[in-house]
Design a protein around this ligand. Structure first.
Ligand SMILES: Cc1cc2nc3c(=O)[nH]c(=O)nc-3n(C[C@H](O)[C@H](O)[C@H](O)COP(=O)(O)O)c2cc1C
Length: 138
């Protein structure tokens, strides 16, 4: 796999922890969308985010809308949520742009008592390992 990039949006820091574990495993800086990261040419972009009332954070949606399909080839969604929901809004925006979604990796998060205690260290490491395997597959 060529050039990798990691972006994340977070409300309660789970996505930040996941993105930082991926940063270590992949050796690529994880950037918070709140800092308006400017991407170069990217072969595989990891988009890390939670689900809130069934949706992604508006800041993440806004960032994804700015992506240039001439520069970003493919994406992997890394989704942290309590109920195995997915980043469908983000996926739809990517599809509209013609950016292929290679895979969606789910990492347990929590909401009130639902999935309480997650993501734990094991969840986070498993997610980072899955992300790294996709990069190796190319
Ligand atoms: C206000 C709020 C609403 C949430 N709504 C959902 C939801 O609709 N579905 C779900 O699966 N998880 C839901 N969750 C759980 C989060 O998606 C999960 O904890 C995720 O890890 C949060 O990511 P973050 O810490 O990066 O913000 C919600 C969490 C919060 C705080």
């Amino acid at each position: 796999m060529g050039q990798l990039a990691i972006v994340y949006a977070t409300l309660t820091r789970n996505s930040k922890k996941i993105a930082e574990a991926m940063e270590k495993t992949l050796g690529v800086k994880a950037e918070n969308v709140s800092t308006s990261p400017v991407l170069g040419e990217v072969d595989l972009l990891y988009i890390v985010g939670g689900i809130y009332g069934g949706k992604s954070l508006p800041s993440l949606m806004k960032f994804v809308k700015t992506l240039d399909p001439a520069r970003v080839k493919r994406a992997v969604l890394v989704t942290s949520c309590a109920r195995k929901q997915r980043q469908d809004g983000v996926r739809m925006l990517l599809q509209e742009k013609g950016i292929e979604v290679l895979e969606e990796i789910l990492c347990p998060g929590s909401f009130l008592f639902l999935s309480y205690g997650h993501p734990n260290e094991g969840d986070i490491q498993r997610t980072a390992d899955s992300a790294a395997r996709l990069a190796e597959m190319g």
